[in-house]
Structure formats: C-alpha cells, structure tokens
Design a protein around this ligand. Structure first.
Ligand code: HPA
Ligand code: ZN
Length: 326
C-alpha cells in the first residue's frame, strides 16, 4: 500500500471540471438569498438528498436548475474562488475548467458578466495561490448548432481569455457530428478542441469527436473498450481521456468503483487522467476521487505517478509551465 498522505501530496492537474458543477449546496443557498431567488428545497440537507441520480440526464436537470442562482459577476467570482480554495488544499497546481455560457445567456445573463467573474477569480488564483489555469467554453449539445455558432461569435471579444472549446450536456441523441461546422469555425479561430464522448454514448461518438470535430482530448471516453480498433487508435496517438471516477459511479456508468474500467484503460497504455467533473454533485474534488479509486482499485505508486504525468502532458499549459509541474 501507499505511504500515508501520498495521494494528498501528489501534485495534481485537473482537466475536466465544470465550474457550475462546483456549486456547493451551501453557496447555492447563500446566492439564492443574496439574489432573492426561491429554491425548491427547504434546506441544504434536503438539496443534498436530491443528489441521487439514475443517469446523466437526471443529474443535468438539477445542475441546470442550480445554476439559476448565478446572477452577478460577483456570484461567478465567488463560485470560482471557492473551487480554487479546494484546489489549494488538495495540491492542484493547474486547472482547465469548463463553463456553459448558454446556461447563463439563455436566461439573460450577459456573457461578459460570466467571463469577467470567472477570469477575475482565476487571475487572482494565479497571483495569490500559484494555480495556473485555462478556460474552456462548452457548447450545450442538446441545443442547435446554430446556437453554438452564435455563442462562438459572442465569445469573440473574449478570445484571449478562452483557451479551448468543448461539448457537453445530454450525450445520447446528440452525436458530435451535429457540431462539425461549429468546431471547424472554432478551429479556424485557433482554439484547442475537446468534447465529451463515450460517457453514456457509443464508441461511434468517440470516433466522430476525433475524426469530424478533430478534438485533442476526449472527455470521459470510458466506453472505448468496446471497440478494439478505437483502443489501438487512442493508444497509438496517445489521445488523452479525462476520466471522472466518482461521476461515473454516481451517474451509474459503472455500478461501483470496483467495477470501473480504469485499470484496464491503464493496462492498454491509454493516456488516462483523473478528474472530478462536477465535484459538488458527485461527492468530492480531486483528492476524494483519488481516494475512492485507491480504496476500490488499489493502484500502484507507479500507476499514480503515470496518471499525474499524463495530466501534465495532456494539459494545454505552456512547455515552461509543464516543466514546473513535473
Ligand atoms: N457530462 C455531460 N455534460 C455535463 C457533465 C457530464 O458529466 N457535467 C456537466 N455537464
Ligand atoms: Zn463533464
């Protein structure tokens, strides 16, 4: 077994974390009160009790409802600052966080309110906590490609604040190919590209993300083992998979952590990274994911060091920053 405190001390890089999914129930209640919004729950405890999911959609319904309390630039700052405090406590030194602009602009919150709040916190985190960052704008795949293209257009004034474009929300029925033109447009603007694929969806969606959207990383991707040719491709090209163990168990992708396919992914030399996805909803941040994995799967020290190195390699950090992170 591992030395005491090994997992806590391990320098960490997080590449798959939706900032709206870091909204803890306590902060949700505080912001609801501050913004005079009524929540359909009597207490923090009642809200936490509702976090009992049967699949991705059952989670997304609560996640979008929760995001309604985010109204002002200060709200987005407070949300992001709280996440960065967790990062500091858990030795997370670099973060690339997702945000869902359409969740906010569709209810009348200006995009600049969202981006200014997030970036003010991220820049303060860099200065005061030494945590480097990237911001990844995700298109909501249950909405149209026209809406994605419109969002990309709205983001133009903030191009220098955003490192990449991603694709999230309801996977089944919304294949990556639906967004081929939007991702082509993003590529022309020089964004890095990622997409959720193979969380609940089929291996075909992972192929589409790679071949049609030309993404550099696959978010989740745990379905890949069903297609040996895909596994070979992912290994040969060392395409990073941003795997989220607690999320997969909470959303019933795997029945228990002991059933998770992480070890098989590692055995096949895939470039796996570990991440928290929506830490306020899925029972914890990076360290809680590491600890739950270790308890169920008992990885070796070498495997943990591999996972850490993979996350640095897979990040969009500069070579200078990567050298510091190793
Ligand atoms: N999958 C898809 N969309 C999401 C997720 C996820 O795990 N979390 C937040 N939006
Ligand atoms: Zn996700």
């Amino acid at each position: 077994s591992l030395p005491n405190d090994f997992l806590r001390a391990l320098p960490k890089v997080e590449l798959h974390m939706h900032i709206e999914g870091s909204l803890e129930p306590e902060l949700m209640f505080r912001l609801a009160q501050r913004n005079h919004i009524e929540l359909p729950y009597d207490s923090v405890e009642a809200l936490r009790q509702a976090y009992d999911f049967s699949n991705l959609q059952s989670f997304l319904d609560l996640y979008y409802q929760g995001a309604n309390v985010l109204q002002t630039e200060q709200d987005f700052f407070d949300l992001t600052w709280a996440y960065l405090q967790r990062c500091r406590q858990q030795n997370v030194a670099h973060v690339e966080i997702f945000f869902d602009p359409q969740t906010h602009t569709d209810r009348g919150i200006p995009l600049e309110t969202v981006i200014h709040g997030l970036t003010r916190a991220l820049e303060q985190g860099e200065r005061q906590l030494g945590i480097s960052h990237g911001l990844i704008l995700c298109f909501l795949r249950h909405l149209s490609e026209e809406a994605a293209l419109d969002t990309l257009e709205q983001a133009k004034p903030f191009r220098d604040k955003i490192i990449g474009i991603g694709l999230d929300s309801s996977e089944l029925g919304h294949p990556p190919e639906k967004f081929e033109r939007a991702f082509a447009a993003a590529r022309e603007q020089g964004y890095k590209l990622v997409a959720h694929a193979g969380e609940e969806g089929p291996t075909e969606y992972i192929w589409q993300a790679l071949e049609r959207l030309k993404v550099q990383r696959i978010d989740h991707g745990v379905a890949c083992l069903e297609d040996p040719a895909l596994v070979t491709y992912l290994a040969e090209h060392q395409i990073p998979l941003t795997v989220c163990p607690n999320s997969n168990v909470r959303l019933r992708v795997f029945d228990t952590m002991a059933d998770h396919n992480l070890k098989t992914l590692l055995d096949k030399d895939l470039k796996v990274t570990l991440n928290s996805d929506d830490p306020a909803y899925f029972g914890g941040y990076m360290l809680e994911n590491y600890e739950n994995v270790q308890e169920a799967l008992n990885l070796s020290r070498a495997q943990w060091l591999q996972l850490s190195a993979n996350a640095i390699d897979a990040s969009f950090a500069s070579d200078t920053r990567k050298a510091q992170l190793y």
